[in-house]
Structure formats: C-alpha cells, structure tokens
Write a protein that binds this ligand. Structure first.
Ligand SMILES: Cc1cc2nc3c(=O)[nH]c(=O)nc-3n(C[C@H](O)[C@H](O)[C@H](O)COP(=O)(O)OP(=O)(O)OC[C@H]3O[C@@H](n4cnc5c(N)ncnc54)[C@H](O)[C@@H]3O)c2cc1C
Length: 226
C-alpha cells in the first residue's frame, strides 16, 4: 500500500488501519476495501472479545459499534481465490496526500464459465457512510462481464446513490464519478488498451507530452490495485 495515497495521517508515524476504520469517515480509504473483502473486525475489552463484519461496525456518519471500554484489536481478512478480481480506485483532487472525493472498492467473483457469481461494490463519498451499490450488485450476479453489462451496472450505480454537494464536489459530479469508476473497473480488468498505448509511445518517433500519455493510458488517474 502506498502510504502517501491511502489512509494519510497527520502524524507520519501513525496512520493505522484501526485509526482509519475507527474514524468511520465516509471517505476513509480502508473502509470500502475491508467491506469488499468481507473482512471482520475484532473488538476487545479487558473482559470480552467480539467479532463482526466491518460493514456492520460502521453505523453512520463517523459512528461505530465500538463500546467505551473496547479497542479495535485486529481484522480478519478472508483469503481471496484466484477467481476473485479486486480493485480499489480513489478519485481526489491531488494524486498524493489528499482525501477522496469518491472511492470504490470492487470485488468480482467469477465462476468456471466466466460469469459473475458475486459482486461487492463498496463506495466512499456517496452517502453518510461507506455504502454498497446493492442494485448494481444484484444486477451483476449471474451476468457475463462484458461492456454492456458494465455499462448497465454503471448506470445503476449512478442512479442508486443520493450524495451531497460539498467543497470537494457537486452531487451530480459525484454520481457521474461513481458510474465512471465502474466503467474504469471494466477497462482495467478486461482490456489491453493501456499496454498498447504505452507501446505506441515507445514506438513513435514524435515527441509526446508526458501528461497526455498519462491521461490516454490511465496512468494519470489515481487508482490503487490491491
Ligand atoms: C492531511 C490529511 C490527509 C488525509 N488523507 C486521508 C486519505 O487520503 N485517506 C484517508 O482514509 N484518510 C485520510 N485522512 C484522515 C486520517 O488521518 C486517516 O484516516 C488515518 O488513517 C487515521 O489513522 P490514525 O492511526 O492516525 O488514527 P487516529 O487519528 O489516531 O485515530 C482515529 C480515530 O480512531 C480511533 N482509534 C484509533 N486506533 C484505535 C483502536 N485500536 N481502537 C479503537 N479506536 C481507535 C481514535 O480514538 C480516533 O477516534 C487524512 C488526514 C489528514 C490530516
């Protein structure tokens, strides 16, 4: 995990997973990741221990299930299979040292014939707490992962959230960004456009502007592949 892009803490010695999730921020980076991984959180007090899904731990805007005598002890992350595709994308105004405007952590589980058995699409910045795009998830189940499916799921994502407008972004822009993250997921998981774009850059004689290449290839977008 690249420290400067994710879970940035004001104190560089800090920036713990417990702090990031304990803050229960709707734009905390690790919360969508943990939800898409179906991770559990282990809470301990001096006399007891309990575990629950991270998704249930976050109850609302900066509120959690943590009791006053408990600490976040650890996380339990189920092992992913080779048939699982997991991506985290973060949209922020700056590439480094910036909180997300919108983020998405997606996990797609494929079956032997290549259709989607299960989709988890957890979004940050689209509601008071990290929320799943449940209509799009239901739609994707049993479908082939192709351009039409991805496009329909992106439309559902755009429709099913009702985000706020704030200093980082307007509500409509957030909805468009959320849908576009799903389109990005499709491109990143299926195409070789990026590799081809890099290759043509090396092959060509003419001078290219670095930022143009980065934008065409997607390199300039802030994304994190876990
Ligand atoms: C300039 C700046 C940029 C930032 N950018 C990002 C960003 O890009 N992405 C992002 O996700 N966040 C960002 N943040 C927010 C925040 O700093 C991070 O979420 C960070 O991960 C918090 O971790 P920490 O260990 O410093 O937690 P702390 O600040 O120490 O704690 C946060 C909360 O969690 C509680 N807590 C901590 N550990 C435990 C524990 N073991 N048990 C129970 N409760 C606990 C604390 O009591 C507190 O309420 C940013 C903050 C700043 C100032």
């Amino acid at each position: 995990m690249r420290y400067w892009r994710l879970c940035i803490a004001s104190d560089p010695q800090s920036g713990s997973a417990a702090g990031n999730i304990g803050s229960a921020s709707p734009i905390g980076d690790l919360i969508p990741v943990m939800i898409s991984l179906e991770a559990g959180i282990i809470l301990k007090s001096s006399s007891a221990e309990r575990e629950m899904p991270v998704e249930d731990f976050i109850t609302g805007y900066r509120t959690t299930e943590l009791k006053p005598d408990e600490i976040i002890h650890s996380f339990r992350i189920p092992k992913s299979a080779i048939s699982h595709t997991i991506r985290f994308f973060k949209v922020s105004k700056r590439r480094e040292l910036d909180i997300s405007t919108v983020s998405m952590s997606a996990r797609l589980e494929f079956n032997l014939i290549g259709s989607i058995d299960k989709a988890i699409l957890a979004f940050g910045g689209m509601a008071a707490k990290t929320s799943r795009a449940s209509n799009a998830e239901k739609y994707l189940k049993g479908k082939e992962w192709n351009r039409e499916t991805a496009e329909e799921a992106a439309k559902l994502v755009t429709e099913e959230f009702n985000p706020i407008s704030d200093a980082r972004s307007g509500k409509e822009a957030r909805k468009i960004m959320a849908g576009n993250l799903l389109r990005k997921l499709y491109v990143e998981t299926t195409s070789n456009i990026r590799q081809d774009a890099y290759k043509s850059n090396f092959d060509a004689d003419s001078q290219h502007h670095e930022s143009a290449v980065s934008h065409v290839t997607g390199k300039a977008l802030l994304s994190m592949i876990l």
